[in-house]
Every structure is written in C-alpha cells, then in structure tokens.
Design a protein around this ligand. Structure first.
Ligand SMILES: Cc1cc2nc3c(=O)[nH]c(=O)nc-3n(C[C@H](O)[C@H](O)[C@H](O)COP(=O)(O)OP(=O)(O)OC[C@H]3O[C@@H](n4cnc5c(N)ncnc54)[C@H](O)[C@@H]3O)c2cc1C
Length: 455
C-alpha cells in the first residue's frame, strides 16, 4: 500500500483517487475549497464515452435533454450562417459543475479516499530528484506519489525544477481568459431560431464568443487571449444585446472571469514521485478547452499505470507508460488541434468572413466533423478536408499560404515530432523528444504569442 496525495480535486485526480483507493492505497485529496463549496457555478457539456472509459455509471440527470444544434456565425449581416443538421451532434452529457464534482468526489470517498478541505498548496516538496510531497500553508505533507490535479494554474507544475523537463508556464496565446455568465430570458421577446451560436469572430479582435439559449436562461461565454475585464467587454455585451433582444440583464449565475488552457499538452507531465492529470498538464481540446473528458480518461490511464507498478516505485520510468498511453490515445490528436488553434489566430476577421461567404466548408462537412466529435477529432479528418478545399482560395493567395503553412506544420508534426516519442523509457530520449516538441510549437507561434500569459 502506498501513500498517495491527490493535489486539487480536479476531475482526473478524483477518478484516479477512486480507483487507487479501491485498490487499497492510502489516498488523500487536498483542496483549497471549503466543504460543500465549489469555485465554478456553471453547466458543462462533455462526452459520455469518457465516463464509460472511466468505468463510471452515468447519472440519468446528465443525459442532455435536447440536442444543441451548433450554428457558426461570422462577421456581417449578409454572411451565411452555418447550422449543423439536427441529430448530428456528439452524444453529450450536461452536468452542473458542482453536481459532477460532488458525484466524482462521492465515488472516491466511497472507495476509501479521504479529503482535506481548505488546504492551499503552494509548491512541491523536492528531495533529491524526487517529488516527495506538497508544501501547503499548513505545512509539508509527504507521500510516495503526488498526483497534480490542481488545474491550469497548478502551483506544483509552476514550481517543478527544470531537470524534470516540466514546462512551468503557458504563453499568452495558450490561455483563454473567459467571461462566463447566465442571464434570464425575456420570453415576450423573439427567441432566436438557433439556440447554440458560436461567433467565430466578432469585432476583429482575437477571441471567441458563444451564446446558448436555453428555456430559462441564456448562457454567454466570451474568451480573450489577454487578461480582460468588464470595461473591455462592455461594447461586446451591448452588441450581444442588440443581436439577442431575448437576453435579459438579470444575472442568474456565474458572472466571473476564469482561464482555460487552449494549447498542446505538456511535453512531459510525469517525474519521480509526480504525475499531472487534467488542466495542470494542459489536457484540453486546444480549440475550445473542454477538458472534462480528457481529464476523466487521463485519470483512468494514470490509475492503471500506478496499479501496474507493483513495486510502488512511481518514477519517471514506471510512470512513462501513462504518458505513452495518453499521447497515443489523445495527446497526438490534441496536438493537431493545437495546430489548428494556432492557425486560427493568424486569420483575420475578414478572411473568416470570406471563407463563410464562399462556402469553404459546407454544413454537411462541418456536421460530419462534429458528429461523434471525439471520434472525428481522433481521426483528424479536418486536414484532408482542408487539403481538398485549397482550390477555393486561388484568388486569395495570402489565405492560401496560411492554409499551406498549416498543412506543412501538420505533416512535420506527424512525420518528425510524433514519431520521435520514446515508446520505451530512456531518459536521454525523453529529453530529446521534449526539446523537439517544445521547439516545434515555439517555432510555429508568432513572437508576440510567446510572452508569458497574464494570470
Ligand atoms: C468558463 C469555462 C467553461 C468550461 N466549459 C467546459 C465544458 O463545457 N466542458 C468541458 O469538458 N470543460 C469545460 N471547461 C474546462 C474544464 O473546466 C477543465 O478542462 C476541466 O475541469 C479539467 O480541469 P481539472 O479537473 O484538471 O481542474 P479544475 O477543474 O480546475 O480543478 C482544480 C481543482 O484544484 C483545486 N486547486 C487549485 N489550486 C489549488 C491550490 N493551490 N491548492 C489547493 N487546491 C487547489 C481547485 O479548487 C479545484 O478543485 C470549461 C472551463 C471554463 C473555465
């Protein structure tokens, strides 16, 4: 039996806690929150297969009551909108964030894990080459293994020494600062025909915005690649009200600013005595950051690897299998999506609008990409699709060149970076690979994107 710390009650950490405690390990979860409090007051969508993958029963209340029909909206009144056909959306669950947290935590506790609330973690305890525990405001706590599920601003990841090869901070364009808010609906006003609208670009600034109209509320999310505040978003909100008169001004829930990582996963997220799962290792869908599914899967992979380490060593070597499984099943595809995300940052609002006007991607094509989103993403159908569409852009050489660069980056990634991943543990090979991976992503980002993200 090993003593295992789950640092932060993130989704991947809770799944790992459940499985490791069930196998007889002494697992304690430490979180800064108070009991029965949760820092996000929102509703999330996530893929149901990830719960099955983690061996967790899906509560009926999470089954989506309606099919969110996604509509993409570009600039300009006269630009055609793209609405995915009904019934073509991935099998999605809808859960209140606190409910999901309580459910996963309940399973971990039922299986024998313990939790200590109101414990602010500040850094890892490093002894020699090993993470030997966590530093907290209450003192140091030691363990055989520390699972980092502290989320995007993890103080463990940020303070890992350089010899671990773990990147401490994301850069500016790798973090989306988002405003999330739920407003009441004015039911006497016209309710929009499309209920799940994704505004690809709005005022030419880089970012995204969605507006989801449910029966009782309208859910707004605005994302920016720099620290933002109410005063900056005020004109944006006014525009949203103009376009959506049904949206009331009474704030029902949320109304906060939070950060989502939208980048490739960490090159290395395991070390002697340490493994990260979830946002702490940037395991999100790089285009939109919906990382619950990735976290649930990663927590499962990590638990399986820990259970296979019968000697309880938990070293870079014995934990490498977790990293290998993650990259094979999720990480490499997440990297391709990161390439697409970087590419989108290069597009101007006008170019996106032109693509819509010219029917660069049809509704059916988008639908087939979105259908079973996880599966489609895994198969990365988007790059062959883009290739076949390049002739649409013959009279837009700049845009065509940008697509050309995207495809060339995708090819370099597949033929040079992905293939360099060390399937068998060898520290020198891991160092070589991590350097190659990090340099590749640095090289394809513009200089101004590489400034450290504001927190
Ligand atoms: C506005 C918004 C909307 C999103 N919508 C979706 C969605 O619809 N679907 C989806 O799949 N994902 C969504 N995501 C992303 C999703 O939140 C994360 O990818 C997912 O939760 C995985 O993160 P995590 O579980 O690793 O960490 P988190 O959920 O961030 O959990 C981290 C835990 O660590 C604790 N913690 C943090 N720091 C410390 C510390 N120093 N000491 C002690 N404890 C600490 C926190 O209290 C928290 O309990 C959204 C994110 C945001 C911000």
């Amino acid at each position: 039996m090993s003593r295992i710390i789950v640092a932060g009650a993130g989704h991947g950490g809770l799944v790992a806690a459940m499985k490791l405690a069930a196998a007889g390990h002494d697992v304690t979860i430490y979180d800064r929150q108070k009991e029965n409090e949760y820092y996000l007051d929102q509703i999330d969508f996530f893929e149901d297969a990830s719960m099955t993958y983690a061996g967790i029963e899906i509560p009926e209340r999470y089954r989506a009551k309606k099919n969110n029909q996604l509509t993409f909206i570009a600039n300009g009144e006269d630009t055609p909108r793209l609405t995915l056909p009904s019934g073509e959306i991935v099998s999605t669950l809808t859960a209140d964030r606190k409910d999901l947290h309580d459910y996963l935590l309940g399973l971990a506790l039922q299986n024998g894990a313990k939790i200590e609330y109101e414990t602010e973690i500040t850094a890892p305890v490093i002894l020699g080459s090993r993470v030997a525990g966590i530093k907290t405001e209450k003192g140091e706590i030691y363990a055989d293994l520390v699972i980092d599920a502290c989320g995007v601003h993890s103080p463990l990841r940020r303070n890992m020494p350089s010899f671990t090869m773990i990147e401490n901070e994301p850069s500016q364009y790798e973090l989306l600062h988002t405003y999330r808010a739920y407003f009441h609906n004015n039911k006497e006003m016209h309710i929009p025909e499309t209920d799940y609208n994704l505004y690809l670009t709005e005022d030419g600034t880089v970012g995204l915005m969605w507006l989801v109209t449910e029966d009782e509320y309208t859910d707004v999310l605005i994302g920016r690649f720099h620290k933002t505040d109410y005063s900056e978003l005020a004109p944006q909100m006014l525009k949203i009200y103009e376009l959506n008169p049904h949206m009331g001004t009474e704030l029902l829930r949320a109304g906060y600013f939070v950060d989502i990582p939208v980048r490739q996963p960490l090159a290395v997220f395991v070390a002697d005595g340490y493994a990260a799962a979830g946002d702490s290792a940037f395991m999100t869908y790089p285009l939109k950051g919906s990382g619950i599914a990735f976290s649930l899967r990663a927590g499962t992979m990590l638990a399986n690897t820990v259970l296979a380490d019968k000697n309880g060593l938990y070293t870079l070597e014995t934990l490498w299998g977790y990293e290998k499984t993650f990259f094979k099943e999720i990480g490499n595809t997440a990297c391709r999506l990161a390439l697409a995300e970087i590419f989108l940052n290069y597009l101007t609002a006008d170019e996106v609008t032109q693509m819509f006007r010219r029917g660069f991607v049809s509704t059916d094509e988008l639908a087939s990409f979105s259908k079973g989103a996880f599966e489609a993403i895994i198969k990365s159908k988007v790059f062959p699709l883009i290739k076949s569409k390049m002739q649409f852009l013959n009279d837009m050489p700049e845009l065509k060149a940008k697509f050309g660069a995207l495809l060339s980056n995708a090819v370099t990634f597949s033929t040079s970076v992905e293939t360099a991943f060390p399937n068998n543990y060898n520290r020198a090979d891991i160092e070589k690979w991590a350097r190659k991976y990090n340099e590749f992503f640095k090289l394809i980002r513009r200089k101004d994107e590489l400034a450290p993200a504001e927190k």
